[in-house]
Design a protein around this ligand. Structure first.
Ligand SMILES: Nc1ncnc2c1ncn2[C@@H]1O[C@H](COP(=O)(O)OP(=O)(O)O)[C@@H](O)[C@H]1O
Ligand SMILES: [Mg+2]
Length: 447
């Protein structure tokens, strides 16, 4: 009998075990022992295929197939290994006896709640959730499947494990676009790191792996070590009931950017709190422009009060639109100070869900952000090329940007355009003062 290959869902393969001509799957691939059997049917419509990535402590992600839509999907199964296991039927997930029951149920509730929230987001840089349901005693979340690879895998393939700073910044600006949207709705990601940033084949960065269930189970099961990733997690995440907010994700974003530009992840926040010996990105990689390096360090401040407070703030700094000065932040004319401790959520509530601090990408039109895709390519001469095609509803034209040309603008572009804007005002004041003085002198002379 022929069936679609569970390794790629591209080819019909015989159940006899012949390797798939497209992906080489032969049905004998190493399969994590806890995973669902291949071809398991879910909700009468989805088929579970191979396991994607290494199963984390809180779930297993499968390549899947939606038989109704005839499309590949990614299916995430809620499976917190500390508190539950697979039953002897090979399908059902059952909580361990004792406290496991309560923790499992609580985490499942959070998982489904998060799925419901994610399903409402329609953002190019946030994973698109299309369905969620309960089955096999646990819960599942069905996402669009993207061809591509996690940023971590991409970085590991690069010489020195890092990217050209301009390209790295572009990736992070897109991720911050997605993050801002989430924060506006009051959600935190809590585990931003290169493994959870997915790069599609077209070069679109997408934030995956949201952590409500992870956080919920971790908090209840005393196993805090599993709810954050050393190097990418800020100090407040190590503390039970630590004060978390948008700045918690800002730290993860800063750490991810640090890794992208230097090939190294930052020292764990717990080490830094004792003695902070973290080198700036520019100290590790002199190719990182000074302003950019300082912006990343602003996101990586150990104390959350010293840290850039919101994803928006980090974006602004990465774009060189706001510079640090004596520990405070100078704002562009017309920008309102929302305060360092202000969360995106609080601000957005006050402003009726709208933020007044638009980033250039927003003011250029949302479709440009939502509809853009970009490619990060290593060129023969060793440089990284960034090209962006805008295919949004409002903007159909494509344009290529060579990172080599855009990079020098990163820190100075907007500062320059601001001073150009201010120049005529200064000129008018200068010449009108001279005119007034001449009039006074003339008046005095004639009288
Ligand atoms: N929507 C998706 N499309 C393609 N691959 C995905 C998708 N979601 C997850 N993956 C792959 O599955 C891996 C694990 O997913 P993730 O959600 O990060 O779970 P966890 O880290 O908890 O195992 C990712 O590293 C990625 O390779
Ligand atoms: Mg992950």
């Amino acid at each position: 009998m022929a069936t679609l290959c569970p390794g790629c869902f591209e080819e019909e393969v015989s159940t006899g075990g012949e390797p798939c001509p497209t992906c080489g799957w032969s049905g004998e691939q190493d399969r994590p022992p806890l995973a669902l059997p291949v071809q398991t049917e879910l909700k009468g419509r989805y088929q579970a295929g191979r396991v994607l990535g290494e199963p984390g402590g809180f779930g297993v992600t499968y390549l899947g197939y939606d038989r109704l839509q005839n499309e590949k999907v990614a299916i995430k199964e809620y499976f917190p290994r500390e508190v539950a296991g697979r039953d002897t039927d090979g399908r059902s997930v059952v909580p361990h006896s004792g406290r496991g029951d309560e923790e499992f149920a609580y985490g499942k509730e959070q998982f489904l709640g998060e799925a419901q929230t994610l399903a409402q987001f329609d953002h190019a840089n946030i994973v698109s959730v299309r369905d969620f349901f309960e089955a096999n005693g646990t819960a599942y979340l069905v996402m669009d499947y993207y061809e591509g690879k996690p940023l971590e895998a991409y970085l590991e393939e690069q010489p020195d494990g890092c990217m050209e700073p301009g390209a790295a910044t572009e990736v992070m600006l897109r991720i911050l676009d997605g993050l801002k949207e989430m924060h506006r709705e009051g959600y935190l990601h809590r585990d931003i790191k290169p493994e959870n940033v997915y790069l599609t084949k077209e070069g679109r960065p997408i934030l995956i792996d949201f952590g409500a269930a992870r956080q919920a189970v971790g908090e209840r099961s005393q196993s805090l070590s599993v709810v954050m990733t050393p190097g990418y997690a800020p100090y407040e995440q190590y503390r039970r009931n630590g004060d978390q907010g948008p700045y918690t994700d800002v730290y993860g974003a800063g750490a991810t950017l640090y890794r992208m530009m230097t090939g190294e992840k930052p020292l764990p926040a717990t080490d830094r709190v004792v003695e902070d010996t973290l080198q700036s990105p520019r100290e590790v990689n002199p190719e990182v422009p000074e302003g950019l390096s300082r912006a990343v360090m602003g996101a990586l401040a150990v104390g959350n009060k010293e840290r850039l407070a919101t994803a928006e703030r980090l974006q602004v700094r990465l774009q060189g639109r706001e510079e640090e000065s004596g520990g405070t932040f100078q704002k562009e004319s017309g920008q309102r100070d929302t305060g360092q401790r202000d969360t995106g959520q609080q601000k957005s509530r006050r402003e009726g869900g709208q933020s007044s601090e638009k980033t250039p990408s927003e003011s250029d039109g949302k479709s440009n952000v939502g509809g853009s895709s970009f490619r990060v390519r290593k060129r023969d001469d060793g440089r990284t090329e960034f090209s962006e095609s805008k295919s949004g509803r409002l903007n159909n034209k494509s344009e290529n940007v060579n990172i080599k040309n855009t990079r020098p603008n990163l820190a100075g572009k907007n500062a320059r355009s601001n001073s150009q804007k201010e120049f005529p005002v200064k000129k008018v004041i200068k010449y009108s003062s001279i005119l007034v003085i001449i009039v006074i002198i003339l008046n005095w002379y004639l009288s």
